[in-house]
Design a binder for this molecule. Structure first.
Ligand code: SF4
Length: 343
C-alpha cells in the first residue's frame, strides 16, 4: 500500500463503520455525542481478556447498581468483588475500585483526557489509556487491541511473528489513524476484526478494504504467531464441607490469585496429596480443571458431610447451598461446587 492511499483506506473503513457500527451498551452511535468516560473505562476494563457477549450483562449490572464513578468508589469491596465473579482476572476488579476511588477523591470525579494522565491510574495500561482518550474524549490516540492487531497484520501482510510484531503493527495503525475521529476509527477497526476479519474464515467479500489488503489471499496465515509453550500443570485439593444445607466458604487473602474473593477452602495448589483441614470421613468426588493465564490447575474435590459445625483453625462463612449462586464464587470454585452438589 502506498503512503498516499492510506487516507483512502481510513475513509473506507470509517464509511463502513458509519453504516454498520455495532450497537453496544457503552457506545454512542458514529458521529453522535461522545459516550460517558465512566462507561468507556468500565467497558474497556471488563473487555480485557473477555468477550463482548460475556461483558454485556456485567456492564448492565454495574451501571444499574453503581450509575456513576462516585457510586462505584463508595461501594463495599466485597460487593464489587461478588458482582465481578465469573468475569475472571480478579486483579482487574481490585484495580477498578482503586481507580474509581482515585478519580473520585483525587481528580474531582473527572477522568483525565490524555493518555499519560490515564496511565497514571490503577489498572490502566497503554491500550486502555489510548482507547479512553480517543473514544471518550475525541483525542488522537493509536488503539491496538487483539481485533485491530489481526486486521492490521492481514492488511499489511506483516511477516514478523507476534509478539515481536507489535511495534510494526502499532506503526501501521498509527499511519492509518486520522487526526479527527480517532475514537470512531478505533471502534471501526475493532468492529471490522470482530465481524468481518474474523480469526477463522474472514468474510473478505464483505470487507471495505479488500482491494487494498496485501494478506487477503492467505488471510488465516496472519497474524503470524510464535509457537506456544504448553502451560505448566499444577495440582491441588479443594474441600467441600457441608452441614445442614450450608457449605463452608472462606475469603481468599487480598493479595495473589483470586485475591479477596469468596472461595471453597483449598490447599496451596502445590500437589494433590495435601491433608484435609481436619480428620473425618472425606469422600473423593472427582476433579475440576481450570486454565489460568500462566498455568493449568486440576483440583481434586474431597467432601465431608457433618451433622454439626466443626471447629476450624481458619475463618469460615456458612453459606446456604441453595443460594450459592449469590456468593460470587470465581469460576474455578463454581465448577467444584457444581460437582459437589451432584455428588
Ligand atoms: Fe481481513 Fe479479508 Fe479484509 Fe484483508 S480483505 S482486511 S483479510 S477481511
Amino acid at each position: 500500500m502506498r503512503v498516499e492511499t492510506m487516507p483512502l483506506v481510513t475513509n473506507k473503513i470509517l464509511a463502513h463503520y458509519d453504516a454498520n457500527a455495532r450497537i453496544l451498551p457503552w457506545r454512542s452511535p458514529p458521529g453522535g455525542t461522545r459516550p460517558d468516560p465512566y462507561h468507556v473505562w468500565l467497558s474497556e476494563v471488563m473487555l480485557q481478556q473477555t468477550t463482548v457477549a460475556a461483558v454485556k450483562a456485567y456492564f448492565a449490572t454495574f451501571t444499574q447498581r453503581w450509575p456513576t464513578c462516585a457510586d462505584l468508589a463508595h461501594a463495599e469491596d466485597a460487593d464489587v468483588m461478588a458482582a465481578w465473579a465469573g468475569l475472571g482476572y480478579y486483579a482487574r476488579a481490585r484495580n477498578l475500585l482503586a481507580c474509581a476511588r482515585q478519580v473520585t477523591q483525587g481528580l474531582d470525579g473527572q477522568f483525565p483526557e490524555t493518555e499519560d494522565g490515564l496511565r497514571a491510574l490503577p489498572g490502566i495500561g497503554p491500550y486502555t489509556a489510548a482507547a479512553i482518550s480517543a473514544i471518550a474524549f475525541g483525542r488522537r490516540a493509536v488503539v491496538v487491541d487483539g481485533n485491530v492487531e489481526r486486521v492490521i497484520a492481514r492488511l499489511f501482510a506483516v511477516k514478523t511473528a507476534l509478539p515481536a510484531a507489535k511495534p510494526e503493527i502499532y506503526g501501521w495503525m498509527d499511519s492509518l489513524t486520522p487526526q479527527d475521529r480517532a475514537g470512531d476509527f478505533a471502534q471501526a477497526m475493532m468492529d471490522l476484526g470482530a465481524t468481518i476479519c474474523t480469526p477463522k474464515r474472514p468474510l473478505c467479500h464483505l470487507c471495505p478494504v479488500a482491494e487494498d489488503c496485501w494478506g487477503r489471499s492467505e488471510a488465516e496465515a496472519y497474524p503470524v504467531k510464535a509457537a506456544k509453550l504448553p502451560k505448566p500443570e499444577r495440582l491441588g485439593r479443594v474441600w467441600w464441607i457441608e452441614v445442614e444445607g450450608h457449605v463452608a466458604l472462606i475469603r481468599r487473602p487480598a493479595k495473589g490469585l483470586l485475591g479477596g474473593m469468596r472461595a471453597l477452602p483449598s490447599c496451596d495448589w502445590a500437589g494433590d496429596d495435601a491433608p484435609p483441614p481436619f480428620a473425618g470421613d472425606w469422600q473423593p468426588l472427582g476433579a475440576v480443571t481450570h486454565v489460568f493465564t500462566h498455568f493449568r490447575l486440576t483440583l481434586q474435590i474431597l467432601a465431608l458431610r457433618l451433622p454439626k459445625q466443626p471447629t476450624f483453625v481458619f475463618d469460615v462463612e456458612w453459606w446456604p447451598i441453595d443460594r450459592l449462586h449469590e456468593a460470587g464464587l470465581p469460576t474455578l470454585f463454581t465448577k467444584a461446587a457444581m460437582v459437589a452438589c451432584q455428588g
